[in-house]
Each structure stands twice: as C-alpha cells, then as structure tokens.
Design a protein around this ligand. Structure first.
Ligand code: NAD
Length: 531
C-alpha cells in the first residue's frame, strides 16, 4: 500500500515540496503535518496500482471480503481512537464520529464483504422472442481497474472508506484524494487496510489540495468518484472528459423538510433540530429549508426553539457535546453571510444568529430563522452550517412548489401521520432520496442508493446501484443454433425484403401469435439462403 508517508523515500525534498498542515478547528491545535504528494509520485503510484490490481481481481469475493472483514475488526478494536481523531480533525462531537461515521461504515464493510458475490452474480436477461431462437444473454461484472476517489471534509472517514470498500470488493485498485482539511484521518484508513493485509500498492492516498485531485484525474484513472461542491464537481467533470473517464458526482444539497398539519409535532421538531444541526449542519443532506403548515407553525417553532436552546455546544471530544465546531473559518463565514443576508432582507432570528461568544474556535450558534422567503440566499444557496430557516405554507401544492424551487435535489423529507399522503407527496419531490418522517440518515444504509438529481449530481453510491458504478458491466450473448445462418444475413433479395417487412409488422409486436404468421415466409427465406 502506498501512502504519502511511505512513498517519500528520497533525502532531498521534491521540487514541488509542500506540506499540508491539519488543525483542530475547535482549539486551533496542530494535529499533523504531511508532505503533499507530488505529481510524479501520483503517476508512479497509479502505474504500480495497475500492475498489482489484476492479482487482486483474480481473488474470489470471499478472499477479498476476508481482508475487508479484518480491516473492520481493526476499526472496531480502535473505535475510540478513531472517533477522537475524527472529532479533533473536523470539530464534530465524538458521539457523531461514532454514530454517523464509524457505525455506518462498519455496517457497510460487513454488507459488501459478505454480499458482493450475490449482488454481482451474472444476470440473465429476458430477450423475449429471440430466446425462442436459441439465443441467450447475460450480464457479467468485471473490475474497472483503478478507481479514483476525491472526497470532502465533512464525513472524512465514512465517505472515502465506503467507496474504498465497494471499489476493492469490485476487484479494483483505489486512489484516494482526501480533503486537505482532513488528511490525517485518510492516512488512518490506509493504516487500517495495511494492517489487515491488503496487498501493497492497491490502496493509495494522495495528500494535497485541489491540484492534487486534478493530478489524480489526469493520471488518468478508470473512474472518478467525486464528492464535494457543485462548483468543483463541474471542474472535475470537465477534466475527466479530457480522458473520457466516467465520473460519479455526489454534490451539494439544499434539502427541504415539509411538515404537514397532521405530523407528530414533537417528533417533527426534534427531527428538524437534529437534521439541521447534526455535524454542525455540515452534511450534504442537512435540513436546509423547513416548510411548516401555517396552522401548526407557532407551536412547531416554539418546540424547535426550545429544543435548539437546550443543545450543548462545545469541543467535540467532550462526551456531552451536542454541537461541535465548524470545520473551518471559511465555512463559518459563508454561514454568517447567509444569516446576515436573511436578516437584512427581513428575517427574524428566533435563536442563535452569531458566532458563539463564549468559545474560542470556529463555533457558530445553532440558528433558527423565521420570516424567511426565497429571495434570501439562505433559502437558495447551500449554507452548509447550523441554520434552520422556517417558512410557512397553506396547501400541499404550495409546499411541493416551494420544495422543488431549487437547483438542488439531493434529499427531502415529508412529515405526516398519513403515510399514504406522505408517499404521494414524496413521489412528487425532485430529489434522489425522499424520506417520510425521517431526515438525513439514509446515507448510513449500505443497501440503499445515495445520490442526487438536478445539480446535486449524477450516478449513485451505496447499494447495488452504487456497486454497479464500480464495475464494468459486460454483455455476453450466445447463439446455440450455430449450424444455421441468420435470416437477416446476406444475400438480400425480393423475398428477403418481404420477410423483413413481415418482421417489422409482426415480430416487433412481441406477440408470439402475431409472429407465428411469419413462419411460411421464414421457411422460404431459409431455403432461399441454403440454395
Ligand atoms: P470541495 O468541492 O471544495 O472539495 C471536495 C474535494 O475536491 C476536496 O478533496 C478538494 O481538495 C478537491 N478538489 C478541489 N478542486 C479540485 C479540482 N480542480 N480537481 C479535483 N479535485 C479538486 O468540497 P468541500 O468543501 O470539501 O465539501 C463540501 C461540499 O461537499 C458541500 O457542497 C457538500 O454538500 C458536498 N458533499 C456532498 C455529499 C453527497 O453525498 N452528495 C456528501 C458530502 C459532501
């Protein structure tokens, strides 16, 4: 396995030598200092990955799964150390490092280590009447080669690790470019797999900023799994197009929550608060807009504000911290800009609305805003912070219109006691995942697909659909009647033309009865070809 720390072996620093320094955003303390991977090192590592990948691909799913399960056991044994590291490098509470990152990953590792064989079993395709002509078709799934994973800082453990596991189970080598804000966690992922016995050179971690990600794309690799902002996603797609490298884009969101008048108010309010403030609101699926039926709005807002005021904000390494620091000052200033824009345009701050006055690091108070509208940045642009802007609606149609009035479409939620009504509305919302009486958490389900519509991206990760992104699907077609020429082969004749017209009229209906009318002409065509 090549990681940045292992691949630097020369005494003299490379010409482009640069260090990435990682800080704890809650305390400002330095966590690590890691040399940036050079372009030459990236290219060398990808070449090596190409040479070691075929042997890995030859292993059975069970053998590959054994390495994943060993890695899983190491994660389980070191869960507290890993949670502390995640918490220190991102600012999130250790409780969330465990519940939102490590637990879902352990589940996903078990799922794909034990189920990939079944999920990628060759699949027979129903080819209709061609099947009666001795033909059959199957899909088989082969490794892609080397998969490049470019990931953000908000779930620095789960996002790259989930994709590493799926890519490895698919028989690929992997190269990860983690966020420059969270390099130490990425090196911990490499360390876990190294100790689990993954062959050297199969998993590579490239440390650096955007330019390092660009160099990975340009290496080139066989697929790019990108998770990040819309703006970077567009640049990644453009760079990948140069090599015609396929990409999956998991981008930002502005996820709406609709609370209908028959919702369980208490649970909806708690769901809104967790959905908006977990991970300090820095989840792509965070509740970023809340629409509440006007008849219950005062009661709902009262409960939301009370629940928000009760949250404990502090350094993430304390066990009783609910909301930690934001991951960077840059992100904190975006949040404050959105809040100030909303206030300037007439919004009311029900609670929060400022940097935490009593804490030194990058802490922003959980903020509830009312009186918001779609002219405000906070209802249009991804805020990616601890904000919960609440707006009212009168009818289901209006709620749907507001929810769909966005360039994004990652997740959404509808809250109601009437499940049929909830489903009906859910199906009309433009988002990759719509939940009824739930928020945020389906990224934790290894079995279900994750991904967006509109500018939230394309392609999927997780579930069978996500696994299929990490293999090359091939079609194998067999003709068992190999002693007879096909009736559409040369030579053409007036009889052939009549027969082809017959195919157009009868065979393409898919009806056996209709096709049977072609039999006399079929036989004549057969004898014509044999004569
Ligand atoms: P970002 O787009 O700034 O960076 C993401 C990654 O891309 C980083 O590793 C970065 O170094 C790299 N990068 C930057 N420029 C690059 C380039 N030109 N070529 C290749 N790589 C490049 O995003 P971020 O600020 O790290 O993360 C926050 C964003 O991620 C939010 O928009 C959030 O919604 C999104 N996100 C989406 C999902 C999802 O599943 N849809 C999950 C988590 C985060």
């Amino acid at each position: 396995m090549s990681t940045q720390t292992q691949s630097i072996t020369t005494n003299a620093p490379p010409l482009e030598f640069k260090e990435i320094v990682s800080y704890d955003p809650a305390t400002g303390e330095e966590i690590g200092r890691i040399p940036q991977t050079s372009v030459a090192e990236i290219n060398r590592a990808i070449q090596t990955a190409r040479t070691v990948q075929p042997a890995w691909a030859k292993l059975s799913y069970r053998e590959r799964g054994r390495v994943i399960l060993k890695a899983r056991q190491i994660v389980l044994d070191e869960i507290d150390e890993i949670a502390q590291l995640i918490s220190r490098e991102t600012g999130k509470p250790t409780a969330e490092a465990i519940s939102m990152e490590v637990v879902p990953t352990l589940d996903l590792m078990h799922y794909f280590a034990t189920r990939t064989e079944k999920l990628l079993r060759p699949q027979k395709i129903d080819i209709g009447q061609y099947g009666l002509m001795g033909r059959s078709s199957r899909l088989i799934y082969k490794p892609l080669g080397v998969v490049g994973i470019i990931s953000p800082w908000n779930f620095p453990w789960a996002t790259p690790l989930d994709e590493v596991v799926m890519a490895l189970m698919g028989g690929n080598a992997v190269a990860v470019k983690p966020s420059e804000l969270t390099p130490v966690i990425a090196l911990k992922i490499a360390d876990v797999f190294q100790r689990a016995g993954l062959p050297n050179g199969l998993l590579n971690i490239f440390i650096g900023e955007g330019s390092t990600g660009a160099a990975l794309i340009d290496a080139p690799v066989d697929k790019i799994m990108f998770t990040g902002s819309v703006a970077t996603g567009k640049r990644v797609a453009e760079a990948a197009a140069k090599h015609l490298t396929p990409v999956v884009l998991e981008l930002g969101g502005k996820d709406p929550m609709i609370v209908l008048e028959d919702a369980n108010l208490d649970n909806a309010a708690r769901g809104a608060v967790w959905g908006a403030f977990a991970n300090a609101g820095q989840a792509c699926a965070s509740v970023e807009r809340c629409y509440v039926h006007e008849s219950i709005a005062p009661d709902f807002i009262k409960r939301v504000v009370a629940e928000t005021k009760a949250l404990k904000q502090n350094v993430g390494t304390r066990e009783d911290t609910d909301v930690g620091a934001m991951s960077s000052e840059r992100q904190l200033s975006i949040v404050d800009e959105h809040v100030q824009d909303a206030i300037a345009r007439g919004a009311t701050v029900a609670t929060g609305g400022r940097r935490h006055p009593g804490l030194e690091g990058s802490f922003y108070e959980p903020t509830v805003l009312t009186g918001v509208d779609h002219n405000m940045e906070i209802m249009r642009e991804e805020t990616f912070g601890p904000t919960l802007p609440i707006m009212t609606f009168k009818t289901d149609e209006e709620a749907l219109k507001l929810a769909n009035e966005s360039i994004y479409g990652l997740t959404a939620s509808v809250w109601t006691r009437d499940i049929a009504r909830g489903r009906r509305l859910a199906e009309q919302i433009d988002a990759g995942t719509v939940m009824v009486n739930e928020v945020v958490y389906t990224h934790a389900l290894a079995q279900t697909p994750w991904g967006g519509v509109k500018q939230s991206g394309f392609g999927r990760t997780h579930g069978r659909l996500g696994l299929l992104e990490l293999v090359s699907t091939r079609h194998i077609h067999v003709n068992r009647i190999s002693f007879m020429p096909d009736l559409w082969w040369f030579r053409y004749s007036p009889l052939a033309n009549r027969f082809f017209h017959g195919l157009a009229k009868h065979f393409t209906t898919g009806s056996l009865l209709s096709s049977s009318r072609l039999l006399p002409e079929m036989l004549r065509r057969l004898f014509e070809k044999r004569s």
